[in-house]
Design a binder for this molecule. Sequence first.
Ligand code: GDP
Ligand code: MN
Length: 403
Amino acid sequence: MNLHEYQGKSILESYGVTVQRGVVVDNAADAMSKAKELQELTGTEGIVVKAQIHAGGRGKGVVTETGSNGVVFCPSIDKLEDKVKGILGGHLVTKQTSAEGKKVNKVLLAEDVYYPGAQEPSEIYMSVLLDRESERNVIMYSTEGGMDIEAVAEATPHLIFKEIVDPRVGLQGFQARRVAFNLGLSGQAHKEMVKFVYALYKAYEGCDASMFEINPVLRTSDDKIIAVDSKVTLDDNALYRHKDYADMRDKTEEDPLEVEAGEAGLNYVNLDGNVGCMVNGAGLAMATMDIIKLSGGNPANFLDVGGTADAERVEKAFRIILEDPNVEAILVNIFGGIVRCDRVAQGVVDAYKNMGEIPVPIIVRLQGTNAEEAKQLIDASGLNVHSAVQLQEAADLVKSVLS
Ligand code: GDP
Ligand code: MN
């Protein structure tokens, strides 16, 4: 599950990470009063208006309706409402979104931490993530922070450092000091960075995240180390331990079909192919997607209906698959181990009848307990449903209905 910047920052703050402070608003009318409260709290005049969407690159991104960038600096408060209106409610297109962009439902009004005058502050990149290769956590960091770390990784990979942390012993003192040293920091800034890295790692571990990316981490002119941005991904499998974080889920950022499927207890991932598939078991679902590919089609989705493929679930799954306009055929591939094939077949037939006309051909392959009875049921139903026993046979049927 991904979080918004402001949510990630609130978690960081609770672990003692210094963050750029801010307030969230969802309508322009509130912006002025909220911004004034923020100014009183921080004692700084400038305000940064930041679109809250689940995508990076907002600073360089453009709001389709207004031409505004997704992150804009507002030196004084009298321009604030206009700047907020330039972003809020619009669609922000960045390098990480589709061409339509993402609708901005909230903006973060943040304190200006780039104090004017004084020395040039430096923008640092830092992330903590799971490194599957070393089976450890890794802290990645670079002096080349700011907007485009991907370009840094491409052109000058030697400027990105890695500190691998063994989760069994946790982050060691010498490691945090090495990070600060490699970033070229000394004196107060070095001390602050060591504290920052510690707190960041503690936050990453404590909330069962799979990624924390802070770009930029700012070293201010008075040697504070501040998280200016935050991109956080939490491990869904650990959310049961974090009720308060689970409540941070923003469903408007997710694929509506996936949300609907999730609510029905179906394990569904929307893909961009033309053959919908309904399968029980994740492994069988993968194999089914492979065979669809081999037969010249492209899977439109991954869908594991789980162990209880009764008529109601089958119908729900059909409805979700059919809401995807790219679907030209549906392959149902169920192995009847615990569930009996004839029950599933009856479910398919009932669902079909309930839904009236289904506009695409359906290929049903049922294998396992009572497979024969199941096939007879399908064949006798008189519906636009083709039955198969072998997987290859099913794939060939998919091929023939598509051509
Ligand atoms: P991203 O583009 O989605 O990664 O959004 P960021 O939160 O990283 O902000 C983009 C850029 O806005 C930063 O790299 C900074 O250059 C700028 N920015 C962010 N906060 C401040 C601030 O407090 N003052 C000023 N002047 N610029 C800021
Ligand atoms: Mn950023």
